[in-house]
Write a protein that binds this ligand. Structure first.
Ligand code: FES
Length: 140
C-alpha cells in the first residue's frame, strides 16, 4: 500500500513538473481550481457558444446598476479552456459593462501570463462567449 502511494506521488510530481514546462502557474491554478464554474438560475445575460475545436462554453451574467454583479460559466473543454473562461469571469466580476469591452483574447492571455500557441484559441472562445452574453443582455 505504501509503495502504491509512493508510486502515485512520484507520478503526480512528474506530471506537475511536465505541466510547469508548458503552462504558467496561473493557468495551472485556474485550470485545476476554476473560479465561478457553475450554472446560474435566471441570468440577465446568457450565451452558449461552440468554438471550431468543438468545445462549448456557457456564460451566465447577473447585472445590477450597469455592473456585472455575478458571473459564472460551464465548459466541456480542456484545462486551458477552464483557465481561460475562469480568468474572463474573474476579470469581469464587479466591473462596469463599458469596462468589459476591454476583455478580449489578448487581455485574457495577459491575465494568464500566456498560453501555448495551440491553446490560444481557448482565450478567444472565452472572450467571444462573454461578449455574446453581454450582447444578449443589451438586446433584451
Ligand atoms: Fe477547445 Fe480549449 S481546446 S477551447
Amino acid at each position: 500500500m505504501d509503495q502504491e502511494k509512493e508510486i502515485k506521488d512520484r507520478m503526480f510530481k512528474l506530471l506537475n513538473e511536465e505541466m510547469r514546462k508548458i503552462f504558467t502557474e496561473r493557468v495551472i491554478d485556474y485550470g485545476t481550481n476554476p473560479r465561478n464554474c457553475g450554472v446560474m438560475d435566471r441570468p440577465d445575460g446568457y450565451a452558449k457558444f461552440t468554438g471550431p475545436c468543438g468545445d462549448t462554453v456557457e456564460i451566465f451574467l447577473k447585472i445590477k446598476n450597469g455592473k456585472i454583479e455575478n458571473i459564472s460559466y460551464t465548459t466541456d473543454g480542456c484545462m486551458t479552456s477552464h483557465a481561460a473562461v475562469s480568468a474572463a469571469t474573474v476579470m469581469a466580476r464587479g466591473r462596469l459593462l463599458k469596462e468589459c469591452l476591454t476583455i478580449n483574447q489578448e487581455s485574457i492571455l495577459g491575465h494568464l501570463g500566456g498560453l501555448p500557441e495551440d491553446s490560444k484559441h481557448c482565450a478567444l472562445l472565452a472572450a467571444t462567449t462573454f461578449h455574446k452574453a453581454l450582447r444578449q443582455y443589451l438586446v433584451k
